[in-house]
Structures are given as C-alpha cells and as structure tokens.
Design a protein around this ligand. Structure first.
Ligand SMILES: Nc1nc2c(c(=O)[nH]1)N[C@H]1C(S)=C(S)[C@@H](COP(=O)(O)O)O[C@H]1N2
Ligand SMILES: [Mo]
Length: 352
C-alpha cells in the first residue's frame, strides 16, 4: 500500500462499499452490510414490464415475467460472494480500479430458480457451448459502450447449483443487488453473478464480450490473452480484535486471553484448515473450525485463543482448502490486480 489512491478511485470506493470487518460476526451478512460492486449505474427496473428472455440455441424460447419465476419451484442457497479484485490495493505496482482492501465479501441467502431447470425447460440445442447473461446496466469501459455481460459454459451451469435469484435474505432484491433478478453462481468470483438480468442467450462460440475478453483475466502484458478468472481462491479474514482508533483503525487490545474469530472460504474446494500467527507469520498455530452450518457454498467460522502480552504484535490468518490451495504470505501482481488472496495482517497494541 505504498502509493496513494486518486480522487477517481475514492469515487469508486464511495459507490462500492465493502463489508466492515466487524460484520464478519454475522453468519449471514445483513444485506446492507454486504459488499457492493456496480460497474456503471444502478438501473431502475419496472417489475411489471420486465421479462427474462431465454433464447439462442434452445428448442423453445422463453419469455418469463417475475410472477412466472416466483411461482416455480425455488431453492435457497447460502453463498459467500467475493469480488475478484478483493485485495487489489495491496499489490504492487499500483493497479488503478476499484480500490479494494480485503473486505469485498459477504454471505447471503439467495432464493430463486435453478438455472439448470430453466435450461432443461428451454431445451439446450446441439452445438450450444455457452450461455451469455446480459444485464440492463449500460456504460463505457475500455472505450467500449456495452451492457454488462458475462458467459459461462453450458456444461459448468448444468453441473452447478447456479440460481436466478429474486430474493436475498428473505426480501426482494434491493436495487443495488440486481432487482428484479440476478444470477448467483456459487464458488465463482462475483463478476460471474450478473445483476439486473434481462436475457440468457445460448451460443455456439465462446462469448468475446469485454468482460470476458479483456476484464477478469490474469494477464501480465496488455497484448496477451491471459487466463480467465474463475473460482474463488481460499481466504480467511479475522474480526479485528479489541477496539479501533478512529482514523488509523489501529487496534488496542487488553492483555490476557483474547479470542480471535473470523471466517474462511474457498470456491475450489472446502476449507480444511485455518492457521493463525501472532508474530507476522513467523510461527503458526491451528485455529478451531466451526461447523459448516450454512453448507458448502458459504464461509466457515473459526476461532483462536491468543495469549496477548503487552507490546505490538501482528496477527495473521491463513486458510487452506481440500484441494491443497493455501493463501500466500505475499501478494502477487497481475495487470488487473485480480485474485490477490495473500494473508490478512492486523497490527495490534496490547496494553496492561
Ligand atoms: N449487471 C451487472 N452485474 C454485475 C456487476 C455489474 O456491474 N453489473 N458487477 C459484478 C461484480 S464485479 C461483482 S463482484 C458482483 C457484486 O455483487 P453485489 O454488488 O451484489 O455484491 O456483481 C457482479 N454482477
Ligand atoms: Mo467484482
């Protein structure tokens, strides 16, 4: 975090807020505390006139009202969503975009219709390789005017728990989270979960819209295609212990037994361990994992009892998943500042 951020980045940060870290206390994030990422403007959608169009390489095109969707069989999934740019501010050299520190995450209960069921009803035609999800929000990015659009392979969708959600935490989607309907793809970084959905089109060739071809790719040079950003890499975050100083957020903790708690998640495989260090990563000890009450797609709680002795300490936490992916100690750079899941470091002053 050596370079200062600009007023333009502050403008983005003020629009797109993060989860205050103390809100990690809630297993399901109260929706107003869930992070937000909106590339363009929040559209105002008339729910009466609105339709979801399903077309392209399908046997039967569908045009569905909100009532059509709400009267179908529904599922509710607890999903931890995280922005692929989370951690961007910590990579060097500085990457200019939404300046996330570490808190672009939240867990919500999303209710809606399974994408796989809707695709089965429309009938996937031979030769359909991807589904393109189009939002109603329009803007300019990289000099290109566009609606926000992302695609997923049909095979991935049919094998996933992806839902078209019209409710979150028991209420209709708020405007900022995609009213009246959004895609939610568990385990994938947030950019996949297109908000303000208008259309799902099945296509034969990989979709080359801006958000697929240019954004959300791990690239080291402007002119290389790079690798697409897909599932969420493991991360753990702690609730900063003690009390904060207002402007610096520096933590003050009383000496003695200090219970450090947090959450951990991974899209690729389930979390199997969280380790905690109180000396900046020199030595580590295992935290105790809570039960996975919200299911596979939501974060898991953890806790660690720390014998806090007077002085300055740096607390760190590090998650590992069942596929053997572990958080690195140092951030790794790429052009977009994506997928930086380096360990969180919290400096605390312990007083007598
Ligand atoms: N239509 C549309 N969908 C979108 C976006 C957007 O700007 N427009 N942002 C994406 C990104 S980058 C993220 S991280 C998530 C954020 O979802 P949330 O704001 O509900 O937390 O929405 C995704 N879906
Ligand atoms: Mo994002």
């Amino acid at each position: 975090m050596s370079e200062l951020i600009s007023v333009e980045e502050l403008q983005l940060a003020a629009r797109n807020h993060a989860l205050p870290l103390e809100a990690l206390r809630w297993n399901v994030t109260p929706i107003g505390l869930h992070y937000l990422l909106i590339h363009y403007d929040i559209p105002e959608v008339d729910p009466i006139a609105w339709r979801l169009e399903v077309g392209g390489l399908v046997e039967r095109s569908l045009s569905l009202s909100l009532d059509d969707l709400r009267t179908r069989a529904s599922v509710e999934l607890a999903v931890t969503m995280e922005c692929a740019g989370n951690g961007r501010v910590h990579v060097e050299p500085h990457v200019v975009s939404q300046p996330w520190l570490l808190e672009a995450v939240g867990t919500a209960r999303w209710r809606g219709v399974r994408v796989a069921e809707l695709l089965a009803e429309a009938g996937v035609s031979n030769g359909a390789s991807e589904a393109v999800f189009s939002g109603l929000d329009r803007g300019v990015e990289g000099g290109e005017e566009q609606f926000y659009e992302r695609s997923l392979p049909v095979k991935v969708l049919l094998g996933s728990d992806a839902v078209l959600a019209y409710e979150v935490n028991g209420v209709p989607l708020p405007p900022q989270h995609g009213f009246p309907l959004r895609l939610v793809v568990p385990g994938w970084y947030g950019m996949t979960s297109v908000k303000w959905l208008a259309r799902i089109m099945l296509v034969a060739e990989p979709f080359a819209g801006y958000q697929m071809r240019h954004s959300y790719r791990v690239r080291y040079e402007e002119d290389e295609p790079g690798e697409p950003v897909t599932t969420i890499a493991p991360r753990s975050l702690m609730i900063p212990p003690g009390i904060p100083e207002f402007t610096s957020r520096a933590r003050v903790v009383e000496a003695g037994q200090c219970v450090v708690e947090g959450r951990a998640w991974s899209g690729a495989a389930e979390i199997v361990a969280v380790d905690v260090s109180a000396d900046g990563g020199a030595t580590w000890a295992a935290a105790e994992l809570g039960d996975p009450g919200l299911g596979r797609w939501a974060w898991r709680s953890w806790r660690f009892t720390w014998a806090a002795e007077p002085g300055e300490h740096q607390l760190c936490c590090r998650a590992r998943d069942a596929a053997g992916n572990e958080q690195p100690l140092e951030p790794a750079w790429n052009l977009g500042g994506y997928v930086n899941n380096a360990v969180q470091r919290v400096t605390v002053t312990v007083i007598d």
